[in-house]
Design a protein around this ligand. Structure first.
Ligand SMILES: NC(=O)c1ccc[n+]([C@@H]2O[C@H](COP(=O)([O-])OP(=O)(O)OC[C@H]3O[C@@H](n4cnc5c(N)ncnc54)[C@H](O)[C@@H]3O)[C@@H](O)[C@H]2O)c1
Length: 374
């Protein structure tokens, strides 16, 4: 596990996924055997790794990626490093014959992402990319509504993602500074469009076109050491996407917006038979039979509490942490060859949408999103 000292690597992948699997006694494969995931922590800073290993009682850690990749007992390479470091490391791990699981975006360019997918296929290793949002309770409920035919014909999707990320001067920033430097692989399009690609693709239909405006609203920020730097990467993106099946999705992504929503991300879906608003955890619906008939009259105060007219979709199941849920499926794919579709080609689709989104913004036009083939 490379990059485990980072936000994602530590909290979601190590603690909430792998260590949590250990705490539950390993992964029950259902055939009388149990898979026991044994992490090897890899990173650049010896003291940080040692401290983490001691804190969690983890036996194996190393600052020498080559040596770990040369170890035949290591079966899977996982990468949650900064985005700009991923491509080289994954390439190296494929060459060493390891199965690959990694964070998104899989590379900083579509060419690089496709190359990784091709290399993994040629090497015959199993490969996967984190697509955690699919496993969020709110989006699982939304998918359930789609599959159950709740919406009728889906017309539109409005996504609102974001929160205020502090500049770092008078209050420290709550995200790493590399996210705000284009030269270090930062930018909200590179970060979030890969998520929106698989969310739209898997829930509503493949993204056919993209039109985006990416901008940097806050041009100066302060880094982890309190030093000012130029924020060269986009911190907000306003995107419009046409989807297979005819729906139009509009998604705002911003680190420069203050939250006036119930959750940090929300999608409103409107269909001919009903509408839904899904967040990370919750999902509310309004069926056409319960749709009010407001009349536009700015001279009168609002006569109805519109938000109160929606109905909560029940859980109907227990939702585990999304990262852990996907890890379990990947481990089953590796161990039992169970079906798996969130591979490096799927990862490349996310990079493609980010790349085309940035190009659309730079050129000021709508672009087709061609279907990828390896
Ligand atoms: N799936 C998600 O929801 C999600 C959310 C946030 C971030 N991510 C992805 O996870 C990856 C890590 O993001 P993060 O927010 O955890 O970042 P982070 O800065 O907190 O962690 C980065 C990790 O990479 C390591 N690293 C290796 N080479 C480095 C270098 N040259 N400079 C700096 N650090 C280096 C760091 O030591 C650290 O362990 C990114 O690719 C990001 O896109 C995914």
């Amino acid at each position: 596990m490379n990059g485990v000292t980072g936000r994602m690597g530590y909290r979601q992948h190590l603690v909430r996924s792998i260590l949590s699997l250990q705490q539950q006694g390993g992964l029950d494969l259902g055939d009388g055997t149990t898979l026991w995931p044994e992490p090897v922590l890899v990173g650049r800073r010896e003291h940080a790794l040692r401290a983490m290993a001691e804190q969690h009682g983890i036996e194996h850690w190393s600052t020498d990626l080559d040596a770990v990749l040369a170890d035949p007992s290591v079966e899977i390479y996982f990468d949650a490093q900064v985005t700009s470091a991923r491509e080289d490391a994954v390439r190296q791990a494929i060459a060493a014959g390891k199965h690959i699981y990694c964070e998104k975006p899989t590379a900083t360019s579509l060419d690089g992402a496709l190359e990784l997918a091709r290399l993994a296929v040629a090497a015959g290793v199993k490969h996967g990319v984190v697509q955690d949002k699919l496993f969020l309770p709110g989006l699982q409920k939304l998918k359930r509504l789609v599959d159950g035919g709740f919406f009728g014909r889906i017309l539109s999707v409005r996504g609102e993602f974001g929160y205020w990320v502090f500049e770092g001067d008078w209050q420290s920033a709550q995200r790493p500074s590399w996210n705000y430097r284009a030269q270090d692989g930062g930018g909200i399009v590179a970060d979030m469009f890969p998520h929106w690609e698989y969310v739209m693709h898997e829930t509503f239909g493949r993204v056919r076109t993209v039109q985006a405006l990416a901008t940097t609203h806050v041009p100066q920020r302060w880094d982890e050491r309190g030093k000012p730097y130029d924020a060269t990467a986009d911190d907000a993106a306003y995107g419009i996407f046409e989807l297979d099946g005819g729906a139009v999705a509009q998604i705002n992504s911003s680190w420069t917006v203050r939250v006036n929503r119930d959750e940090l991300v929300e999608f409103q879906v409107d269909g001919t038979y009903g509408s839904a608003v899904a967040g990370l955890r919750n999902c509310r619906v309004q069926h056409r039979s319960a749709t009010p008939k407001p009349v536009w009259n700015p001279d009168l105060p609002a006569t109805e509490a519109f938000r109160d007219q929606w109905q909560e979709v029940p859980d109907n199941t227990e939702f585990d942490n999304g990262f852990k849920a996907q890890w379990e499926l990947f481990l089953r794919h590796v161990a039992l060859d169970e079906p798996w579709r969130w591979d490096l080609t799927a990862g490349a689709r996310g990079v493609q949408l980010a790349e085309l989104g940035l190009r659309s913004s730079a050129e000021g036009r709508r672009l087709d999103v061609p279907e990828l083939s390896l």
